[in-house]
Design a protein around this ligand. Sequence first.
Ligand code: GLP
Length: 249
Amino acid sequence: MKVYLFKDHADTSEYAAKVLIDQLKTRPNSVLGLATGSTPIELYQLLIKAFQDHEISFQDVITFNLDEYLGIPADHPQSYARFMHEQLFSSIDIRKHSVHIPNGTSQDPDQVGRAYEEAIRQAGGIDLQVLGLGNNGHIGFNEPDEELQNYTHATHLTQETRQANARFFGSIEDVPTDAITMGMGTILRAGKIVLLASGEHKADAVQKTVEGGISTRIPASLLQLHPDVLVLVDRAAGSKLNPDSYEVR
Ligand code: GLP
């Protein structure tokens, strides 16, 4: 894992944007894995700016999002489909059929998971996967557990995650109890992974992800097994890391 510490979230996002822009310049038909949550919003704004400045195009890009809530329609204000449309897709030139987000309204999420894996395989695999980090160390919606899943699957959300996401819904009762998410293997099969974290509330999860043992109780710690992971954190999120061990940018 390469870990870079930045002054603040703006600098973290700017570096992440550079990585993605370089990726798209080198390989305009890249397959990107994308994340939702508040963390990547600034990154997406910088990608939109790079598109508007004619630096990059998404014409030939294919995207796969990490996850989606189960049981809310795509046009629900808090669906990840709607989030992606509002935060990125509606402002860039990506083709509609190149966007993939697991269908959260299907009666057969297992089939959705299988089809999702097949679509990723047919696209040639994910070149670069963007990740946020749950307060409890989850990535996508792979929650801490005794066992983790390899492939895209339906999953039950922990109370902690529903609480963390209640801020978007108004109350915890309104947060869906289940979701569909890429599995750990789906994520680990990406060619390159960029994990972003910001804020003090992520400091514990960042420390365990980077410096702790590899454990299914901290799903992000499995990223230590991947040969090309970039961990980009601001000072607050990196505050529990050993400061002498990492590059300060
Ligand atoms: C959510 C998403 C994750 C995201 C994480 C952090 O529950 N499923 O993909 O990375 O939690 O969210 P945020 O960036 O808002 O802190």
